[in-house]
Write a protein that binds this ligand. Sequence first.
Ligand SMILES: [Zn+2]
Length: 133
Amino acid sequence: MSEYNKPLPQPSKTSRPFWDAAKRHELMLQRCEACAQFIYYPRARCPHCFSDRLVWRKCSGKGTLYSFTVVHRPATRLFADGPYVLAIVELEEGPRMTTNIAAPADQLKVDMPVTVFFDDVTPQCTLVKFKPA
Ligand SMILES: [Zn+2]
């Protein structure tokens, strides 16, 4: 593993289960027990019905490519090893997740199926990314 110099997520009390699951190579999202919706990003209350009855559930890791762009000029030099694909993936469970797609942009098409993979960027941190299914 080469040295990783980009900014890393700083898990909060609310988001820590998501990052702990990623480290186990599992995609887990909160699901609202009151309205049965999955939600992303991690929150203390459901954005659909405002219930606090949220539980963590393992998800399929499958989704479709909702939208994407190729970043050639990053906002910070810390991401200057691009270009890279910044995407929104619509998960099978419903929520949309901003992420990276590990594939050349000319191989991507909106609505194509994608699948999660887990990038162990440091011994402490695993990032959730996607690739064509
Ligand atoms: Zn709800």
